[in-house]
Design a protein around this ligand. Sequence first.
Ligand SMILES: [Ca+2]
Ligand SMILES: [Ca+2]
Ligand SMILES: [Ca+2]
Length: 284
Amino acid sequence: MNFMKKNSLCVAAALFGLAHASVVVAEGTKQLAAEQSARPLSAFFGLDNNLPFGANVLCLGAWGEDGMPVVLSHTVNPDSLQAEDFRVVRLSGATNTPMCVTLRPASDVDENRTVLLIGEFGNADDDPPVKVLIVDDVLSDATDSPQLNFRGTQVSVIPLDAGPEIILAAAVPKDIWSLSGRGTSCPTATKQVVRVTWTGGVRLPNRDELGEAQRKLYKVSLTAADGSRSEVSPAALAELGDADNNHFLCLDTTTPATAVAFPAGHLVDPNGDLNADSKVMVRR
Ligand SMILES: [Ca+2]
Ligand SMILES: [Ca+2]
Ligand SMILES: [Ca+2]
């Protein structure tokens, strides 16, 4: 595939946008640059030689392989995604191309930014993976902004024994959260929803789905129009039960959510490692 011509136009448009913004306000430029640069936010060595039998549904032969979710800065066009677009580099410098890549299980509408890499990427105790490179065209799917290409970007690998953390929180438009997806839905009285994306799938240490106690552990910062701040727990959690790395925080207030926090030590990744302390700003 060659998207270069189209992409160079997009880059030109993006540069023009940045130049314009820098004249208007320097701080805004920084924010715009951060928002516009397509890059992997995290690569999480979730399972080493241990993908369950059920993973064969995602990728034939996945049973017993390594699993590494990669969360991207932007949602992507699934048609631009191939295993050959990714290269995993081990500590020794040896490289592997994944056997498969898939947006499943995080494939509900608007979720398509977590790419699960499946294959053999080295072993934790002997030559672990240290870096993921995107070596060919992977394209963002937004229709209201220039198309971005992740080609040429890279990210360090979070080691196997590290716990999961929240890597992204974003406001979800009502026309998205009111759709029924594979997971549970927010109550009808909900006024605002924040999608929280973890570096990998999380469960309770007993493998159950999150419940009331964990709902209360989520802390959402609200910032009113007059600048005053307050903190609440979500009125409900949703997007549960679909085995992906996303949760919906269903809020019963219209005061904009500006940050989300979750304390360390309550949830585990598929390898059984407890979550790290997380606090992230909410993207709009
Ligand atoms: Ca989902
Ligand atoms: Ca391995
Ligand atoms: Ca989910």
